[in-house]
Ligand binder design. Structure first.
Ligand SMILES: NC(=O)C1=CN([C@@H]2O[C@H](COP(=O)(O)OP(=O)(O)OC[C@H]3O[C@@H](n4cnc5c(N)ncnc54)[C@H](OP(=O)(O)O)[C@@H]3O)[C@@H](O)[C@H]2O)C=CC1
Ligand SMILES: CC(=O)[C@](C)(O)C(=O)O
Ligand SMILES: [Mg+2]
Ligand SMILES: [Mg+2]
Length: 330
């Protein structure tokens, strides 16, 4: 039975005695740095020269410094810049300051697991991975709640790496919801699989396929948008609150019957076989190699797909309809 850690299992004081450098102030960096600060932890935000985030960090009441200076001052260095940027920044600005007894940490295991960052042996290396986008991590923390997360220890030079990981998880609110211990390999492979096959890739294609099917059949794009995109949050919220059973209890019997009857025809055996192939590509390092080379070529595929997807009809229709939804944060 996997062990789940909660607030009572973590000692925040061992982190409050230390200084944490949060490198990067984006989705995770801003959320984690603000939560750490509100939990009484001394934080320095490390940013590149001319960073567009520096002013925001200071407005949020956080100290900022150039990355190298933050790494030099801190006891724990948390790498919260994009995965594809971490290896170069680590080599140039973090590694020179990784003195014996310090700690290097991550919120995703990509660069350690695929050997892009190889830390010295005299430091702790661990991960605290929120299972949530950054803004939700911050919002739930401010509401006294938390998101679940994973911890993993790669190197335990001090003998306290797990204690530090748990203290960090508590400081950003994860132990309010539950923290599981895993490995860098398991977090990396499951996170890449989940974001590609379910959370981002799978869901986006399901939404677009449904929308395109209805529009090509002559139905109004606005109706297709509400049916295949807008209402998805309302359905997923029910699943989030009470599992598939709760959702199936709350929708009509007609919808529930259609769910059982048609769902397996959409996500069929071919899809399941393809998921296994995707997992194998992740496990073998083939995806990592592809993503690393994509970045060495300055992201031509990513940029082309970004442009194409932003021009999709569902994005144009949705942008107009969301203008009428005053409750959506601008
Ligand atoms: N996004 C998420 O919700 C989740 C992310 N993670 C993991 O967290 C880590 C951070 O991801 P995420 O928060 O999405 O990252 P972001 O893309 O949001 O990071 C943006 C920040 O990184 C800085 N940055 C970008 N490139 C460079 C560079 N070359 N040199 C120095 N700084 C740079 C930016 O600086 P500037 O401000 O100057 O532009 C900015 O502060 C990753 O390992 C990711 O896998 C884990 C769980 C969820
Ligand atoms: C938000 C999250 O957990 C993701 C999808 O794995 C990510 O942003 O990398
Ligand atoms: Mg994830
Ligand atoms: Mg991810």
């Amino acid at each position: 039975m996997i062990r789940i850690y909660y607030d009572q299992d973590a000692d925040l004081s061992i982190l409050q005695e230390r200084t944490v450098a949060v490198i990067g102030y984006g989705s995770q960096g801003r959320a984690q740095a603000r939560n750490l600060k509100d939990s009484g932890v001394k934080v320095i935000v490390g940013l590149r020269p001319g960073s567009s985030s520096a002013e925001l960090a200071r407005e949020d009441g956080l100290a900022t410094a150039p990355i190298g200076e933050a790494a030099r001052e801190a006891d724990i260095i948390q790498m919260l810049i994009p995965d594809e940027q971490q290896a170069e920044v680590y080599a140039g600005e973090i590694a020179p300051h990784l003195k014996a007894g310090k700690a290097l940490m991550f919120s995703h295991g990509f660069n350690i697991h695929f050997g892009q960052i190889v830390p010295p042996q005299e430091v702790d290396v661990f991960m605290v991975a929120p299972k949530s986008p950054g803004p939700m991590l911050r919002r739930l923390y401010t509401e006294g709640a938390g998101v679940p997360g994973l911890i993993a220890v790669y190197q335990d030079y001090s003998g306290r790496a797990r204690d530090l990981a748990l203290a960090y998880a508590k400081a950003i609110g994860l132990t309010r919801a539950g923290v599981f211990e895993t490995t860098f390999r398991e977090e990396t492979e499951t996170d890449l699989f989940g974001e590609q096959c379910v959370l981002c890739g799978g869901v986006a294609e399901l939404i677009k396929a449904g929308f395109e099917t209805l529009v090509e059949a002559g139905y109004a794009p606005e109706i297709a948008y509400f049916e295949c995109l807008h209402e998805l949050k309302l359905i997923v919220d029910l699943i989030y609150e009470g599992g598939l059973t709760e959702m199936r209890c709350r929708v009509s019997n007609t919808a529930e019957y259609g769910d059982y009857r048609t769902g397996p025809r959409i996500i069929d055996q071919r899809v399941r076989e393809e998921m296994k192939r995707v997992l194998a590509e992740i496990q073998s390092g083939q995806f990592a190699r592809e993503w690393i080379l994509e970045n060495k070529a300055n992201q031509p595929v990513l940029k082309a797909m970004r442009r194409r997807e932003r021009e999709h009809q569902i994005e144009r229709v949705g942008k107009e309809l969301r203008k009428m939804m005053s409750w959506l944060k601008k």
